[in-house]
Design a protein around this ligand. Structure first.
Ligand code: NAP
Length: 406
């Protein structure tokens, strides 16, 4: 890359632009190093003179660089580039009008990420997941940083190979570039695997066996779990207390672990329903809960409900599976109205779409319901508190995510 850059520079250009496709996040390291290289080469150039004046008068001409790593995995280079000396960045005129992969809309670049206000001292936070393009976290967290007027930004960090990312971009002893990372939100599929790369983990995350928040202080990574708190707060607001309440938890994945932990802490009795009992045995054993098979025949196309299990022995039904989520499972539900009668509450962790099929079934059964949005915002607010020590702004964070969902 440096050779290529030198060859382009030798043609007496004012600006060198290099855009490469980043298939994985560590592919963008080379682009970031190039930015550093170009800056080093231009160090003799006085900062007090403008770029164009320099081009005309200085003996040694400053050469601007536009380094872009394309694709979702390189999106962060488009957001942070200006702050680290890139000559300019590209943005789409509107969402859906992107001219290259990973481009952010101009409005988001300026209003959500505040790309023009960032600098090399900006603290960088981000969401680590295998599909960050659908995440609501950048909207919520950047709204909170803006509210508190903090020199901080939250970016998508699409990561598949977690080990390579942590070694090459995060750990002070081994990283190849300096990005001033201060923390991460962690999502599917890294909530459990990240634990082995952390220096320490708090008690709640240890009990749950999953981390959704990382704080970096003095180069040390500490893991937390705010899913449990984010989940229980809206439920307690709705029910008062959960002592001896009987809860049917559908699903046995990472989110279920946080929910079961929080429910048991409040004195509730939990039964977990899972489609794969063998796979779910670890959760049942770790939390000492009853495990029952979940029939998954209730797709949107299903019309005969006579043989379905009812949840009449329970007070609350909680969906922790992706059934009903936008995409392949949209329109699906873990239970239909006929099964929900006599429940006191249905709580669906899915938040896209805003009104899921399960919530529509709850309406049909005339059972009160809570959607996943309340948890989404509450767990993010708890993350803000861990990172910044400040109380997070509920109104601004909710508004940011609602606007996006609508
Ligand atoms: P996960 O670890 O992948 O667990 C998903 C669970 O659902 C597993 O037990 C899985 O069973 C089960 N499942 C998947 N598809 C199913 C189907 N078609 N029928 C029956 N069971 C199925 O995921 P997670 O992190 O727990 O997240 C689960 C859901 O909760 C996601 O939709 C996520 O968006 C939502 N969530 C929301 C919030 C919030 O703030 N509102 C927070 C966390 C998660 P197998 O093991 O057999 O695959």
């Amino acid at each position: 890359m440096e050779t290529l850059y030198n060859r382009l520079e030798a043609t007496k250009v004012d600006i060198v632009k290099i855009a490469v496709q980043a298939n994985k996040i560590t592919d963008s390291i080379v682009i970031w190093k190039l930015l550093e290289y170009s800056k080093r080469k231009n160090t003799e150039v006085s900062k007090s003179l403008s770029f164009w004046k320099l081009s005309k008068h200085a003996k040694q001409k400053a050469v601007g660089i536009i380094p872009i790593a394309m694709g979702e995995a390189g999106k962060w280079t488009r957001i942070l580039g200006l702050a680290h000396g890139a000559f300019m960045t590209y943005a789409a005129l509107d969402a859906g009008k992107e001219t290259a992969p990973g481009q952010v809309s101009a409005r988001d670049l300026i209003e959500v990420y505040r790309a023009k206000e960032l600098n090399a001292e900006t603290e960088v936070y981000g969401i680590l997941g295998s599909n960050t393009s659908v995440s609501m976290s950048p909207y919520m967290h950047n709204a909170a940083f803006r509210f508190h007027d903090l020199n901080a930004v939250f970016v998508p960090l699409q990561v598949n190979d977690l080990e390579a990312f942590i070694q090459r971009m995060v750990k002070p002893e081994t990283r190849e570039i300096e990005l001033n990372f201060k923390g991460f939100s962690v999502t599917i599929p890294h909530k459990q695997t990240i634990i082995k790369y952390l220096d320490s983990i708090d008690e709640t995350a240890e009990h749950i066996g999953a981390v959704n928040t990382v704080k970096i202080e003095n180069g040390k990574l500490r893991g937390y779990n705010t899913d449990a708190q984010g989940f229980i707060e809206p439920l307690l607001n709705s029910c008062g207390n959960l002592k001896d309440a009987k809860i049917a938890v559908i699903g046995a994945g990472g989110a279920a672990r946080a929910c079961v932990y929080a429910l048991q802490k409040e004195g509730a009795t939990v039964t977990v329903f899972a489609r794969n009992l063998e796979k779910s045995e670890a959760l049942a054993a770790d939390f000492d809960v009853e495990l029952q098979p979940l029939s998954t025949q209730h797709s949107a196309l299903d019309t005969s409900h006579s043989a379905l299990r009812t949840y009449e022995d329970f007070d609350i039904l909680l969906n922790t599976t992706p059934l009903g989520m936008k995409g392949k499972a949209e329109g699906e539900t873990p239970a239909v109205a006929e099964q929900l009668k006599d429940l006191h509450l249905v709580y669906d962790l899915v938040y896209i779409p805003f009104q899921t099929r399960l919530m529509a079934e709850a309406d049909r059964a005339e059972v009160p319901k809570i959607g996943g949005l309340a948890m989404l915002v509450a767990q993010a607010m708890a993350q803000q508190k861990i990172w910044t020590g400040k109380d997070a702004p509920l109104k601004e964070m909710s508004r940011a995510v609602l606007r996006r969902l609508q």
